[in-house]
Design a protein around this ligand. Structure first.
Ligand SMILES: [Mn+2]
Length: 366
């Protein structure tokens, strides 16, 4: 296990048979867990990572390594970024090696359907010689991840938010979670929903007075207002909610005077959003600190390169130039040459990923 960790910290892939064995072991561990786990402070809460592996290493630098620091990850480990496999594999092996020190909730991207559209499926194929077995092992594991966590009996943590089908924690505990995330219902809402400051009934919308959940513009889950949160916290004797799922420019966002907090941990999301990220360090139930950070130095090479040839503004205002910079950074000459003109060579496209990963594949397996 320590040998696996050593390789993963260096961003090296593990062989397929090893991934299979590790997933099998983790499944045995997770199947015993309740849908809602209980943990105690101190713990550091981490939001979406989305395959930004170097930024996750940065988190272990600024927040402390496992097992010195306890971590609760709120989901969305894969998709969008270029290192989803490395990111989820490191988290899996850390969980196996230090089960009581790190906890992993399920996000809406920990899903077979979503990962086929947002990069993880393609990345697995590219990094494992075109076969989808590693993707199958990993998405099978996603079915076993827990849905919620309660810290110190009073802080409710979940990837997305609340559900009109869930009034009590006990109702979450009886969900059959060992499955793909469904399109609707309580399990879908927990990973898809968002808080909405202006979701309360008003004179303009008196019809809302009875129900403060509204259909989400995401096409899954709901948006929910203050009254929903207050009722849920009161009924469950909880004090506040920590969740992830939404990009925050400052790395975190506070709703309803602190009743709900969003933690976002992917800096410069997708290597181009320019946002900060944070981890939330909880020392006790009332003492906490938002440790705000920016993208990892590996990503910053991008900016320095672009500064040198005065292309920084171009890279922000001109997505094509930006793609070329990113492609240059990943040392894929063929892709970058095409990338400046061919929209198909966009960094997250199947074509780009296939080419760059086939290069990397050689490194890993020869
Ligand atoms: Mn999400």
């Amino acid at each position: 296990m320590d040998e696996c960790l050593e390789r993963l910290y260096k961003a090296q892939l593990l062989p397929e048979v090893t991934v299979r064995a590790l997933c099998f072991k983790l499944k045995e561990m997770l199947v015993k867990e309740s849908n809602v786990i209980h943990i105690q402070t101190p713990v550091t809460v981490v939001g979406d990572m989305h395959g930004q592996f170097h930024d996750m290493l940065e988190i272990f630098q600024i927040g402390g390594p496992v097992p010195d620091t306890n971590y609760l990850f709120l989901g969305d480990y894969v998709d969008r970024g270029l290192y989803s496999v490395e990111t989820i594999m490191l988290l899996i092996v850390l969980k196996l090696r230090y089960p009581s020190r790190i906890h992993l909730l399920r996000g809406n991207h920990e899903s077979r359907q979503i990962t086929q559209s947002y990069g993880f499926y393609t990345e697995c194929l590219n990094k494992y010689g075109g076969n989808s077995r590693v993707w199958q092992y990993l998405t099978d594991i996603f079915d076993y991840l827990v849905l919620c966590c309660i810290i110190d009996d009073e802080i409710f943590c979940v990837h997305g938010g609340l559900s009109p089908n869930v009034q009590t924690i006990d109702q979450i505990k009886i969900i059959d979670r060992f499955r793909e995330i469904p399109h609707d219902g309580a399990m879908a809402d927990l990973v898809w929903s968002d808080p909405e400051e202006n979701n309360n009934p008003t004179l303009d919308h008196p019809d809302n007075s009875g129900q403060h959940f509204q259909v989400s513009p995401r096409g899954a889950g709901y948006t929910f207002g203050r009254s929903v949160v207050e009722k849920f916290l009161r009924m469950n004797d909880m004090n506040r909610i920590y969740r992830a799922h939404q990009l925050c420019n400052e790395g975190y966002q506070i709703y309803f005077d602190g009743l709900v907090t969003t933690v976002w941990s992917a800096p410069n999301y997708c290597y181009r959003c320019g946002n900060k990220a944070s981890i939330l360090e909880l020392y006790s139930k009332d003492q906490f600190y938002f440790n705000v950070f920016e993208e990892a130095p590996e990503n910053k090479l991008l900016k320095e390169n672009s500064m040198n040839d005065n292309a920084l503004e171009d890279s922000i205002s001109n997505p094509v130039a930006n793609r070329k910079l990113i492609a240059d950074y990943f040392e894929d000459d063929s892709a970058s040459a095409d990338g400046s003109t061919d929209p198909e060579m966009y960094i997250f496209s199947d074509v780009y990923q296939a080419r760059s990963a086939s290069n990397r594949h050689v490194d890993y397996f020869l």
